[in-house]
Ligand binder design. Structure first.
Ligand SMILES: Cc1cc2nc3c(=O)[nH]c(=O)nc-3n(C[C@H](O)[C@H](O)[C@H](O)COP(=O)(O)OP(=O)(O)OC[C@H]3O[C@@H](n4cnc5c(N)ncnc54)[C@H](O)[C@@H]3O)c2cc1C
Length: 402
C-alpha cells in the first residue's frame, strides 16, 4: 500500500516547523510506515528574512536539509505551481526545469509573503528592497559601489514606508552609509510615510520612543506624503518636492504569496486565507494554511495574527501537527498565541521591546538591543538536526514568547 502524503510548500519559519511537528505527530502515533512528509521549496534553506535589513548579510539562509532528513521528511527542490485544491494533485516545477505531480492527502501552504509594490513609475527599475535575500544582496552591492561615486546624492538614502521594515532599515542606514563613505562624509537618510506621524501604528508611547530614536540617529522624518515617482536620481513626493538620492529603499506593502489565491474561501485585504482554529482553510478540503498565508485569531478577544516570524513559528507547529493528526488519529490542537511582543531594531540607538497589542514599552536602547540580537541571532534559527531534541520542541503547544 502506498503511503499517505502530507505535502508542505515552503521552508521558511512556518514550513520547517510544520514539517518538524508533522513528523513528530506521525512518530508519536507510530505511523512512519504509512504516512510521509514531503517538503517542496526552491532551495533547502530557511531565509532569515527578519535580518535582511542588516549591514552584514552573513548566515542569512541556513541549510535545513540535514534537519529535514533527521526527522524523516523528504525534500524536493522546486516550486509548487498549482496546489490542486480539488484534485489533491499538486504541480511542481522542479529545480532541474522538469515538472512533476505529487498527490497529497493533506496540503500545508507555507509559502510566506512578498513585498507588493504599487504601480508607481520607476519603482521596478530604481528602488531597492530588503524583502528577499537576493534583493537585500542587490542593495548591499549598490551601497558598496557608492564609495566610488563623487556626486552629492551618493550619501542620501530615502526609505519609503514607516512600518517595521522601513523603520529598521532607516535606523540602520546612517551607520551603514558611514561605514562605506567614511565617518565624515555628508549623510542624509529620510523616511517617508503617508501617515500623519512616523511610527503611528506602533501606538502612542512606543511611537514617541521611535521618533526620538530616529531624531537622535539623524534620520529625517517626512510624514504625510507619498512617493509619486522614483528615478535614477531620487524620488518625487506628493507635495511636489523632490529628494535627490542615490538610494531608494521600498518597504511599504506586504501581500500573501500568490498561491494563497488558489485556496478557495475568504481572504483578507493582503491575500491571506481566513483559517479556522485548527488552521484549516474552511472551504478547501485537506488544505492547511500557515505563516504569512493565513489570518487566524490569536486569542478570543479579537486579535489576529500579523505577518511575523513570531506567529509563523507557532502557526507552523500547529498546522503541521493538525495535518498529521487528521491522518494518524491524534487530537487536533487549536491555535492560540495570546502573548504578543515586538522588538524593533533602531540601529546605533539600540532596540525597542514592547509587550501587548497596545505595545507597552518594556526595554529600550542597549537592553532592547541585547534581546533583539538574541532573537535574531539565536531564537529564530532552525535547531540542530537531532531528531529527539527537535521533537522535544516541535509540539503544537510550544510557547514561542514566554
Ligand atoms: C526585512 C524584514 C524584517 C522583518 N522583521 C521581522 C521581525 O522583526 N519580527 C518578526 O516577527 N517578523 C519580521 N519579519 C516578517 C517575517 O520575516 C515573516 O513574517 C516570516 O518570514 C514569515 O514566515 P513564513 O514561513 O510564513 O514565510 P517565509 O519566511 O517567507 O518563507 C516562505 C517559504 O516558501 C518558499 N516558497 C515561495 N514560493 C514557493 C513555491 N511556489 N513553492 C514552494 N515554496 C515556495 C520560500 O522559498 C520560503 O522557503 C520581517 C520581514 C522582513 C522582510
Amino acid at each position: 500500500m502506498s503511503k499517505q502524503t502530507i505535502l508542505i510548500a515552503g521552508t521558511g519559519f512556518a514550513g520547517v516547523w510544520a514539517a518538524l511537528s508533522a513528523t513528530r505527530a506521525i512518530a508519536l502515533a507510530g505511523r512512519e510506515d504509512d504516512v510521509e512528509v514531503v517538503v517542496v521549496s526552491p532551495s533547502p534553506t530557511m531565509v532569515i528574512r527578519p535580518r535582511l535589513y542588516e549591514a552584514v548579510l552573513e548566515n542569512m539562509n541556513p541549510d535545513v536539509s540535514a534537519l529535514l532528513a533527521a526527522v524523516g521528511a523528504r525534500y524536493v527542490a522546486g516550486l509548487v505551481e498549482a496546489i490542486g485544491a480539488t484534485t489533491q494533485q499538486a504541480t511542481i516545477l522542479r529545480g532541474d526545469g522538469g515538472r512533476e505531480t505529487i498527490a497529497w492527502d493533506r496540503f500545508v501552504l507555507a509559502t510566506g509573503s512578498r513585498l507588493s509594490t504599487p504601480p508607481i513609475p520607476g519603482i521596478a527599475d530604481h528602488a531597492f528592497d530588503v524583502d528577499q535575500l537576493d534583493s537585500a544582496q542587490r542593495l548591499d552591492e549598490h551601497l558598496g559601489l557608492l564609495a566610488a561615486r563623487t556626486d552629492e546624492a551618493r550619501g542620501t538614502a530615502v526609505v519609503v514606508g514607516g512600518g517595521f521594515t522601513g523603520l529598521e532599515g532607516a535606523a540602520e542606514m546612517p551607520e551603514r552609509l558611514r561605514a562605506i563613505l567614511g565617518k565624515d562624509a555628508p549623510i542624509r537618510v529620510v523616511i517617508v510615510d503617508p501617515a500623519e506621524q512616523i511610527a503611528a501604528e506602533m501606538g502612542a508611547d512606543a511611537a514617541v520612543v521611535v521618533r526620538g530614536a530616529l531624531d537622535e540617529l539623524g534620520v529625517e522624518q517626512r510624514p504625510g506624503v507619498r512617493v509619486t515617482a522614483v528615478d535614477a536620481g531620487g524620488v518625487t513626493l506628493s507635495d511636489g518636492s523632490r529628494i535627490d538620492a542615490a538610494t531608494v529603499v521600498w518597504s511599504a506593502g506586504m501581500r500573501a504569496h500568490p498561491l494563497a489565491g488558489q485556496v478557495p474561501g475568504e481572504h483578507d485585504a493582503t491575500g491571506r486565507v481566513l483559517g479556522d482554529v485548527y488552521l484549516r482553510a474552511p472551504e478547501a478540503s485537506g488544505i492547511f494554511v500557515t505563516g504569512d498565508t493565513v489570518k487566524a485569531a490569536t486569542d478570543d478577544i479579537g486579535n489576529f495574527t500579523v505577518m511575523s516570524c513570531q506567529h509563523a513559528l507557532s502557526l507552523g507547529r500547529v498546522a503541521g501537527h493538525n495535518a498529521a493528526a487528521e491522518l494518524v488519529g491524534l487530537d487536533l490542537h487549536p491555535y492560540s498565541q495570546p502573548k504578543y511582543v515586538t522588538c524593533l531594531d533602531l540601529g546605533a540607538w539600540g532596540a525597542l521591546y514592547t509587550e501587548g497589542w497596545d505595545r507597552q514599552v518594556h526595554l529600550t536602547r542597549a537592553e532592547g538591543k541585547k534581546l533583539k540580537q538574541e532573537i535574531n541571532g539565536v531564537w529564530i534559527y532552525p535547531p540542530a538536526p537531532e531528531r529527539e531534541a527537535v521533537f522535544a520542541v516541535s509540539n503544537p503547544d510550544f510557547v514561542i514568547v514566554l
